[in-house]
Design a protein around this ligand. Structure first.
Ligand SMILES: Cc1cc2nc3c(=O)[nH]c(=O)nc-3n(C[C@H](O)[C@H](O)[C@H](O)COP(=O)(O)O)c2cc1C
Length: 174
């Protein structure tokens, strides 16, 4: 146990998730204790789960605990969602808590915990009005969004850096 503030890092199933260790390192350097929650799809090979567990010193949470089991993580002082998928953002705004990740995000909003989101959503999906409504709704609930990131190749064929630390900068005092 430490007296450091506790940060939940919620990882969704987007290709850039493979780089999530960069966010964990940056958060630990800013003196956060980190616990990772991942969607069930993200656990299906989108990042190196064993490496993340070694890095955080805690198991990744993806499924609901059994009734009567203790809560594995302390309550969060802040939450970052990176990368955030089209699917998870839409479900979160609609209150469809069918994964531990989305249920935790819905609850964190209700508790007034600061939440920062780095979406990774293609331009085609981001144009869907349901997504635009979801982002507006979550912003209205106090959730902070980083600039859009489509994960698509740019003119030179390369991809822009995801910029993991933006998530920490969006948090109060970040
Ligand atoms: C290789 C791969 C990369 C993907 N990248 C993205 C992405 O960048 N953004 C996105 O919204 N969905 C992406 N998807 C689709 C999501 O994985 C899919 O919508 C999934 O249902 C999301 O689940 P989750 O929101 O519970 O993590 C990708 C799928 C695959 C197979």
């Amino acid at each position: 146990m430490t007296d450091k503030p506790f940060l939940y890092v919620v990882v969704c199933a987007a290709g850039v998730a493979e780089g999530v260790s960069k966010l964990i390192t940056a958060a630990q350097e800013r003196d956060w204790e980190v616990g990772v929650l991942a969607t069930p799809t993200a656990m299906n090979g989108f990042f190196d789960a064993a490496a993340v567990e070694t890095q955080t010193g805690r198991p990744i949470r993806s499924a609901w605990r059994r009734p009567g089991d203790p809560r594995p993580f302390p309550a969060p002082d802040a939450v970052v969602v990176a990368p955030a998928t089209f699917n998870t953002v839409n479900k979160w705004a609609a209150g469809i808590a069918d994964t531990l990740a989305v249920g935790t995000l819905c609850e964190a909003c209700g508790l007034g915990v600061p939440i920062a989101v780095l979406p990774c959503v293609s331009g085609a999906l981001a144009a869907h009005s349901a997504y635009q409504d979801a982002v507006a709704r979550l912003r209205g609930m106090g959730v902070r969004f980083g600039d859009p990131y489509a994960g698509e190749a740019e003119g030179d064929g390369g991809r822009r850096e995801f910029g993991w630390e933006r998530a920490l900068d969006l948090l109060p005092g970040g």
